[in-house]
Design a binder for this molecule. Structure first.
Ligand SMILES: C[S@@+](CC[C@H](N)C(=O)[O-])C[C@H]1O[C@@H](n2cnc3c(N)ncnc32)[C@H](O)[C@@H]1O
Length: 278
């Protein structure tokens, strides 16, 4: 193991949500590469060679009086960073039949046992949006379906879709690291019908899918919904997440414009996952 030196920031945050999500997004934008959420806030990591003492000056939420954020900073070696991650990543159970765990967790007796090594990509089932999308996949019939997972992160949704019977799954992520990580996770879970691509909605051409899953964010979804509609088969289903309850009318309006009808939604801590039908 190389002993890369990391800088760890330990942020204490009040209120925890939506502050943590905003802080993670802002830190991600200035080059922080991994995050561990805990009960009082988050730990954020960047490699020492990418770090500058004044880099937090660009993080707007730290000077916003509506949020209270304090932090400590220290230098750690990669081995310790891995240990922190392992300590904090607990297995997640969805609907009692599906567990998302890391390779170092013991296998339990569930129908859908998903092993994910997330490292730095999003999608362990800990986030509300991933959890709700996994629940949607459990609640629907995927047997014989062709599926697109847009913004696939670790690949966790694509992996469950195949376990639930999908005959082919295209998983697309814009981020190179996610693309590589999803490929590793597909292999780790013995995926046979999942193809992972690096890119975005511009990769979609004449393909048709019975189901499209996209957990990204409000603005990307708003701009990609017309592309999704073009790729759905008659009666096809679209599951969207990555936005808040108050964004449902806007997203639904865009879906309606392209022939997609709202069917139902789930909600967790103000995050939502919504099902539309073509
Ligand atoms: C919220 S994460 C979801 C990951 C995983 N699907 C899950 O449910 O946990 C969003 C993912 O979308 C990717 N992404 C962001 N913009 C994108 C775009 N325009 N096209 C494709 N992927 C995108 C990010 O790299 C990230 O991995």
């Amino acid at each position: 193991m190389s002993n890369t030196i990391y800088i760890e920031y330990n942020f204490r945050i009040t209120p925890l949500q939506p502050t943590s999500d905003i802080l993670i997004a802002e830190l991600g934008a200035i080059g922080f590469e991994s995050f561990v959420e805990n009960e009082t806030g988050i730990q954020a990591y960047t490699q020492k060679e990418d770090w500058q003492a004044d880099m937090l000056n660009e993080v707007g939420i730290l000077s916003n009086p509506d949020f209270h954020i304090t932090y400590e900073v220290k230098e750690i070696e990669q081995e310790n960073w891995n240990a922190t991650w392992e300590q904090n990543f607990k297995p997640i159970t969805v609907g009692e039949v599906c567990e998302v765990r890391a390779p170092f967790h013991e296998k339990s007796n569930v129908t859908y046992d998903i092993v994910i090594e997330p490292k730095m990509s999003f999608g362990t089932g800990h986030h509300e949006t991933t959890h709700m999308m996994l629940q949607f996949i459990l609640d629907h019939d995927f047997k014989g379906k062709t599926v697109l997972d847009m913004g696939s992160g670790t690949g966790v949704l694509a992996i469950l879709a195949e376990m639930r019977g999908a005959v082919s799954v295209d998983a697309i992520d814009i981020d190179n690291w996610c693309y590589l990580n999803a490929m590793e996770n597909v292999e780790r879970n013995h995926g046979k019908h999942i193809k992972v691509y690096e890119g975005d909605a511009s990769l979609l051409k004449d393909q048709k899918y019975d189901v499209i899953i996209a957990n990204i964010n409000r603005n990307i979804l708003l701009s990609d919904i017309p592309e999704y509609a073009k790729c759905l088969t008659e009666g096809g289903q679209l599951f969207l997440s990555g936005f808040y309850k108050e964004d449902i009318p806007l997203i639904t309006e865009k879906c309606n414009e392209f022939g997609l009808r709202f069917e139902k939604n789930q909600e967790k801590n103000n995050w939502v996952a919504v099902k539309y039908v073509f």
